[in-house]
Write a protein that binds this ligand. Structure first.
Ligand code: PLP
Length: 447
């Protein structure tokens, strides 16, 4: 309608005049004018509909504008819109219960934050105080958030500009079969060698200096490279053996994305701390947090935890979490995510790989998939350099958008990460668009 078009234009003009954007050079930005969102769709100010295969920042796990969650927020706003963190408050208490009930056994306590980065900051602080040690191990090809410490345990190119804050952070090579750092030819070899490398890193750094190991259970932005069977169990074993707190970063992988409440459930692993955000309430109101085990909770039973924030467990955010977790449970969204991955997304992407030479690798689980594009399958030369973009990638992403599909793209990868409750025919429609757009990637193939 004309009103929505005018709203979109005005938002755009004011954005260009006044809004400072994340991760961007500010000049020359051309933000997308979204004026309406619903379920697995968004609309621009021209009234064009797009299928949202990005779930925005891979956070709208229940889709846009879920009526139950919108209602939960509205209802809470009418009762108590805000309250100090020291007070007991129904939505915070209920959200903590629902999360603890879904976390692995023995992880019964929840500290709420505003998002994923601060959840990781607090988890690391807890680990350091609990162990009395200070180093933090993390993987290259990872993302843990945009605050200083979270940025510096991150293993992607964005880490570099603020490197002075990286004291005490040590990176190791990840378990990444497609581009093995260990010349492994099979997944078993990759797991074994990646674990040997991790153990050597621990030994050489000195176990008595290492407080924590933080690891995305399924690395997200870095490429949805699902660790093969045995890797996470091995990491759990090594961290236990050397007295290191294992922090599972489930900010992107958690709350149903992989078809389980937490990705650690895929391998029956119990970490010491789990960090979450995004899918906990699908981002309807900012929320993140740390799920804490008994031993670490005990450390702070009589000792003051030196940390906090005004909005820890904010009523609107936690009411949204209660609404979202209940909706996910009642509407069997986890099973649906598993089914979509096993029966539709996985098979269809693998079929595309047969037809598009530019697809180097397809991998994923649940509603969490990556298509890695290459200009040559033998050399695995990426279609855009690590840390950069390319004409070819721009063409594929542009074609998707032209045909009404929003994708999450990073370097040489297209991620297929729709809401967990996306209808089958919408998933098929989106995959058909991707199939068509990938023909443009093939044109750049040099095999
Ligand atoms: N950890 C992981 C695995 C993430 O994917 C993200 C965000 O993309 C974060 C942490 C940071 O979360 P936030 O942006 O809410 O601070």
């Amino acid at each position: 309608t004309d009103a929505l078009k005018a709203e979109g234009e005005r938002a755009y003009d004011l954005d260009r005049k006044h809004v400072f954007h994340s991760w961007s050079a500010q000049g020359g930005l051309d933000p997308f004018k979204v004026v309406k969102t619903e379920g697995s769709f968004v609309w621009d100010s021209d009234g064009k509909r797009y299928i949202d295969f990005s779930s925005q920042m891979v956070n709208t796990n229940i889709g846009h504008q879920h009526p139950k969650v919108v209602e939960a927020i509205q209802e809470q706003a009418g009762k108590i819109a805000t309250i100090a963190p020291a007070h007991a408050s129904a939505p915070r208490s209920e959200a903590a219960r629902l999360i603890a009930e879904r976390a692995p056994q023995g992880m019964d306590y929840v500290f709420f934050t505003n998002g994923g980065a601060d959840a990781n900051e607090h988890a690391i602080r807890m680990a350091r105080l609990h162990t009395g040690k200070s180093k933090v191990l993390s993987a290259y090809r990872s993302y843990h958030g945009g605050t200083d410490l979270a940025m510096n345990v991150t293993g992607d190119p964005r880490r570099l500009p603020i490197d002075q804050a990286s004291a005490g952070t040590v990176h190791f090579m990840p378990c990444y079969p497609y581009r093995s750092y260990f010349n492994a030819e099979t997944e078993e070899e990759e797991v074994q060698r990646a674990l040997e490398h991790l153990e050597q890193t621990i030994i050489l750094e000195g176990p008595n200096t290492i407080a924590a190991l933080i690891l995305e259970t399924v690395p997200g932005t870095a490429g949805i490279y699902v660790p093969p069977e045995g890797y996470m169990a091995g990491v759990r074993e090594l961290t236990e053996k050397y007295g290191i707190i294992f922090i599972a970063d489930e900010v992107m992988a958690g709350f149903g994305r992989t078809g389980t409440w937490f990705a650690v459930d895929l391998w029956d692993i119990t970490p010491d701390l789990i960090t979450f955000a995004k899918g906990v309430n699908s981002g309807y109101v900012p929320l993140g947090g740390v799920v804490i085990n008994e031993a670490i909770y005990d450390t702070f039973r009589d000792r003051v935890y030196p940390g906090g924030l005004t909005y820890s467990g904010h009523p609107l955010a936690t009411a949204a979490a209660v609404g979202a977790i209940e909706a996910m449970t009642n509407e069997q969204m986890l099973d649906n995510a598993t089914r979509l991955g096993n029966d539709l997304i996985g098979p269809e992407l693998r079929r595309m790989k047969e037809q598009h030479p530019a697809i180097g690798d397809v991998r994923g689980v649940g509603c969490f998939w990556a298509v890695e594009l290459v200009s040559n399958r033998d050399t695995k030369e990426p279609l855009a350099p690590y840390g950069g973009s390319s004409t070819a990638m721009g063409e594929v992403i542009g074609k998707c958008k032209e045909l009404g599909l929003l994708v999450f793209a990073n370097f040489n990868r297209i991620h297929v990460v729709p809401p967990l409750n996306t209808a089958d025919d919408v998933v098929r429609e989106g995959l058909a668009v991707l199939d068509e757009a990938l023909a443009l990637a093939d044109k750049h193939y040099q095999g």
